[in-house]
Design a protein around this ligand. Sequence first.
Ligand code: SF4
Ligand code: SF4
Length: 293
Amino acid sequence: MSAGEGCRVARAGTAICDVCPRHCHLGPGALGACRARRSLGGAVVPEGYGRVTSIALDPVEKKPLARFMPGAYVVSVGGYGCNLRCPFCQNWEISQAGEKDVRWREVMPDELVSLAAEARRRDPRVLGIAYTYNEPLVCWEYVRDCARLAHEAGLVNVLVSNGCVEPGVLDGLAGLVDAANIDLKGFSDAFYDACGAAPGSFSRVRATIERLAADPTCHLEVTTLVIPGMNDSEGEGEAIARWLAGLGDVPYHVTRFFPCWRMADRPPTPVSTVRHLADVARRHLAHVFVGNC
Ligand code: SF4
Ligand code: SF4
């Protein structure tokens, strides 16, 4: 495991994590807010490195990626932890968990890539690995190390992320992510506040999307989960689509919310709302898809 990357030492024994805008100040042995990084020996280390809670073979369309290698399958892998607390999280059992809350097993990068390569031998539609389910970038070093080996094995790398990281993380992954789907949860600081995000997160997510949209080595798609009463206004949908259109031809997914976790008491988003917001987005974008409808 790589230790101490993306961190600073504040005062004696306290380390500052620079992976995401939360910039946790962690005393010796303390766990970061994401529950996947810990302060050890004056550095913040990715404790969740290689700790896999979920692994499955998925069609690439399920990530969702609509315009990247259609028909391909990817070995999808997730760990635990997240730097956000979206009350509507569909994977909250692992995203809001620490090492003692979930069952995990160690799958080091060479083993994961061997698994994916073996899956490809059995089925040539298997073309790569997706880092997904929880927030993979809270242990971005694992993504980097797996992705390097995957490329050496001729496999592609797919990242499914909330995009809420500092630029140094993206520097560390440069040239390694072949396709990404980044969540754009809403289009305001207030929405990101409601997701338990640290101040500045909305700006960082936009910066991540802008950077990946401009990266010729990475295919980018963006997803917004539409939640009744939170981000389902035509004005917000229009603002997102207009902004995305300024970044190029970015495929955009508008997906339907189903009640879960802290929002189990809300009704699902009406299908008509999702379809309407997709039509709104089509005023600006060429490739708009609805999901969960
Ligand atoms: S990645 Fe985790 S430990 Fe680092 S700043 Fe973000 S929440 Fe804190
Ligand atoms: S960013 Fe994704 S994984 Fe994290 S809490 Fe929000 S929905 Fe769940």
